[in-house]
Design a protein around this ligand. Structure first.
Ligand SMILES: Nc1nc2c(ncn2[C@@H]2O[C@H](COP(=O)(O)OP(=O)(O)OP(=O)(O)O)[C@@H](O)[C@H]2O)c(=O)[nH]1
Ligand SMILES: [Mg+2]
Ligand SMILES: [Zn+2]
Length: 302
């Protein structure tokens, strides 16, 4: 057998069982070794990998062929959208259609808190929205400490507020279909011409225009990932015991309740519940906590 050269690269796209890996300024079309499937490991966009270059000629000769041999240690990863090694995540919602789904926003924030990814909340389509209808979201989440930006990708309003945050970072754009993730990326980077869709008149939802996750460079430095829209999210890998630590506004009060290991659900002398009463913690956030806590309690552990 001939010696195959091993090189390091990054998965930038995956389509129909093929992974596109950028290495040494080229893009290779790769299959993953069968061992990954056997071990239940799915290569993710953003993964740093070792590939072996094939001697055989690619019939389509669009890309040289290679094989993914190893996935290097991940800094973090998400299941939805399926990405690895990101610094920041921007969850995009629209202030018109599709309507904001606060439960999905909360779940997304929890999964990115868990992975230690810096969260941003973007409210798009303010050119058509009514400020009085969404200002409570800006206020609530800003007060908790999240970075919240209301903008219009289409009319390029407030785009410049977001841009500096992306420089030299790897940022994934996530959120439901039709909220304007691809439109926003096109507005942020002149070299991109991502396909954008329409929001259905009848059901007021997006049509899943973006089908694949793709990692793309920014001309100012840094990378962005466009992803397909999703409508539901599991709290994967989060236990009811850990849940409270992913609510940033709970963290400073942690340890001050009467009972150590207080779940903040029913114990007397709970400082979190006290803070909800005084309005220091938003009741809506506390209610989400209790809802998720009870859901996780019922989740069977395998
Ligand atoms: N009024 C208004 N419409 C916008 C804005 N941004 C995007 N849109 C429209 O929203 C629709 C959906 O935009 P996309 O960028 O395709 O949405 P997406 O989030 O990428 O959707 P998927 O790829 O399906 O997940 C298009 O018709 C856009 O023109 C905005 O700021 N204002
Ligand atoms: Mg899109
Ligand atoms: Zn408590």
């Amino acid at each position: 057998m001939r010696y195959n050269k091993m090189v390091q690269g990054t998965i930038i796209k995956g389509i129909a069982g093929f992974y596109y890996v950028e290495a040494e300024q080229r893009i290779y079309e790769c299959k993953a070794r069968g061992k990954f499937r056997k071990e239940n490991i799915i290569p993710l966009i953003g993964d740093n990998v070792l590939i072996t270059l094939s001697e055989e000629e690619n019939s389509s000769d669009r890309y040289p062929i290679a094989t993914i041999e190893e996935i290097l240690q991940r800094k973090n990863s998400l299941i939805r959208p399926p990405v690895a090694n990101v610094d920041q995540a921007i969850v995009v919602f629209s202030v018109t259609y599709p309507v904001i789904h606060l439960d999905l926003l909360e779940r997304f924030l929890l999964t990115i808190e868990k992975e230690n990814i810096t969260p941003y909340i973007v409210l798009n389509k303010i050119d058509e929205g009514n400020e009085s209808e969404y200002s409570y979201i800006v206020e609530r989440y800003s007060k908790i400490g999240y970075k919240v930006m209301a903008l219009s990708a289409k009319m390029k309003i407030n785009i410049e507020l977001l841009k500096p945050h992306l420089k030299d970072k790897t940022t994934v754009f996530a959120g439901p279909s039709g909220v304007g993730k691809s439109t926003l990326l096109n507005a942020l980077e002149k070299n991109l011409s991502l396909e954008t869709g329409v929001v259905s008149e009848k059901i007021k939802r997006g049509k899943h225009t973006t089908r694949h996750v793709e990692l793309m460079p920014l001309s100012m430095g840094g990378f962005v990932l466009d992803t397909p829209g999703f409508t539901s999210l599991q709290l994967d890998g989060i236990t009811k015991e850990d849940l409270k630590q992913y609510f940033p506004e709970f963290v400073p009060l942690e340890g001050s309740c009467k009972f150590s290991g207080c779940t903040h659900v029913h114990e007397p002398g709970c400082k979190i519940r006290k803070a909800v009463e005084t309005g220091e913690i938003f009741k809506e956030r506390y209610d989400s906590y209790v809802t998720y806590y009870n859901q996780l309690k019922e989740t069977r552990r395998w």
